[in-house]
Design a protein around this ligand. Sequence first.
Ligand code: ADP
Length: 578
Amino acid sequence: MNKYKKYIGENWYCFILGPLFMTLEACGEFIIPFINANIIDKGAANGDIPYILQNGFYMLLIAIGMLITGVLGAFFAVRGSSRLAAGVRQDTFDKIQTFSFADIDRFSTGSLITRVTNDITQIQNFTQSLLRGCFRSPIMLIGALIMSFKLNPDIAWIILIVMPILALATFLIIKTASPRYNAMQSQLDTLNTGIGEAITNEKVIKSFVREEHEKGKFKVINSALMQKSVAALKMMMLMQPVSSFVVNATTLIVVWVSGRQIMIGGMEVGTLTAFITYLSQVLTSLNFLAHIFLQGTRAATSDRRISEVIKTKSDISDENAAQKDHKIASGDIEFKNVSFRYFKDTSAPVLDNISVKINSGELVGIIGSTGSGKTTLVSLIPRLYDADEGEVLIDGINVRDLSLYELRDSVAVVLQKNTLFSGTVAENLRWGNENATDEELVMASKIAQADGFVSSFPDGYNTEIGQGGGNLSGGQKQRLCIARALLKKPRIMILDDSTSAVDTATDASIRHAFREQLPNITKLIIAQRISSVMDADKIIVMDNGAVVAVGTHDELIKGCTAYQEIYYSQKDREGDAV
Ligand code: ADP
C-alpha cells in the first residue's frame, strides 16, 4: 500500500472529487423513478398536464445534472488512476535499474516487462472502478433499497432474499478465479520473454532460417496463454449471465406479486414501474460491486507481483560500503582466493579459488577455452556479480567497499556484442561522456581505429546509425563501442572478446594505440586469438574455472601446456598467421 500513498497524496483531489461526483450522479438515479411514478400515478391518472410538464422539467434538470456529474466523476477517476499507475510504473522501472544481473536473471526479462506493463494496468483498472463505484454503488444499493421499502415493504423483502444469493455467487466465482489469474500472469511472463528473445535475436533466427521453428514455439506459448486466459476470464464473464438471471427472475417474481396487488387496488402502476427501476438499481449496484471485487482479486495478484519487484533489495548495493569517498587512483586489481557460482546451490563453482594480481597500467590478456570463466572473472571487477568467497580488490580496497557509481564509472567494459542506439555516431559516442568535445570524440575514435571509417561517411560523426547499429558492420560496431568506452576516461578498461569481428591488422593497431596512448589505464583483453594477447605484459590462462598459469607469451609457450595447446591448434589452423 505504501507504494500508492505518495500518488494518492499528490492527486488527492481526484481521489475525492471522483467518488464525490459519482455519488452525486447516483442521487439523481434515486429521484428520477420517484418523479416518474408521480407523473404516472398523479399526473397521467388525473390528466393533470401542468403537473406532468412541471415534473418532466425537473426530470430534465436532474438528467442534465447527472450527465455533468457523471462526466466529471469519470474524468477524475481516469485522471487519478492513470497518474497513480504512471507513478508506480516509474518507481518499478527505477527499481529495476538498480537490479544486479543476478536479480534480472531471477525474475527474467519477460516477467519484469509484464510487471511494469500489464500488472500495473490491472491496478489502474481497479483504481478507476474503485473511484467510480466505491461510494456510488453502496449508496445506490442502500438508497434504492430504502426507496423500495418506502414504496412497498410487502414486496421489497424479495430483494433481501436475492442479495445473499448474488453475494454467494460472487464469492464462489472470486475463489475460483484468483489462482487462475496467477497462472495467467505467469504465462504472460513466459510470452513476453519469448517475444523479447525472438525480436532481439531476429537476425540469428533469419540467418539460421529458424522462422518456422520460432513460429511453432510462439504458437505453443500463445495457445497456453489463451487457455489460461479463458480459464480465468470465463469466471469473470460468468458474473454477467448469473446476475442477469437473478435480476430477471426477481423482476418476474415482483411483477407477479405486485400484479395481484394492483388487481386488488393495493398498488398503482406507476409505483410498480418505480419499484422495478429500484430493483434493477439494487441489482446493478450489487453487480458493479461484484465487478470491483473481481477486479480487486486480479489487482491483488498484480499488486503482489509489483511488490516483489519494489521490495527486492538488490544483492549488489553499496549501502554498507566503508570507503564510499575513495576515488580509484591507480587501477591495481587483485583477485584473492575468489570463488563464484551462478546458482548458489550447485556444487561445481564457475570460478574456483582464483588468486591473481594485475598492476596499474598493465595490458593483460586473458585466454582460455569457451566456458572456462573468463567473462565471469572480469564481471566481478565492476560488480556485475559479487564473488561468493574471497575478495576482489581495486587500489587494495575490496570492491564491495567502494561506491558503486565510482566503481562502475572507473571501469569500462566492452562486450563482444555491445549495443548501439539509434541516433548519430557522435550521440552514441557521447553515451560514454555527454560533455565530450568533438576533439575528444575524434581522439577516442582514433585509438579505437574507428576514425578512419567514420570520416569516410559523407556525414562523418553526424551519420545516423539505425536501431542497434543496423547499418554498420560487426567490426565497425565493436570499434565504436571501444571508442565510447574510452570516452568514459576509465581507470580500468576491459575488452571482452570485443575485437572478435575486427581483422587481425586493425586488432593489432588497437592494441598498439592502447599501449602507446593509454599507458596509465589498466587494460584487460579477453580474446580467442592468441595473436590478440601475445604482446601483452602478462597473459592469464584459464581452464575450467581456474587460473592455470600467468606469464608472458615467451614464458607460457615454454612452460604452460594449456597455452601451448591453444597456440599450436591456432597455428595449425591459421598457418603462420599466429
Ligand atoms: P568464458 O567467458 O570463458 O566463455 P563464461 O564466464 O562466460 O566463460 O562462463 C563460465 C561458465 O558459467 C559457463 O559454464 C557458462 O555456461 C556459465 N554461465 C555464464 N553466464 C551465466 C549466467 N548468467 N547464468 C548461469 N550460468 C552462466
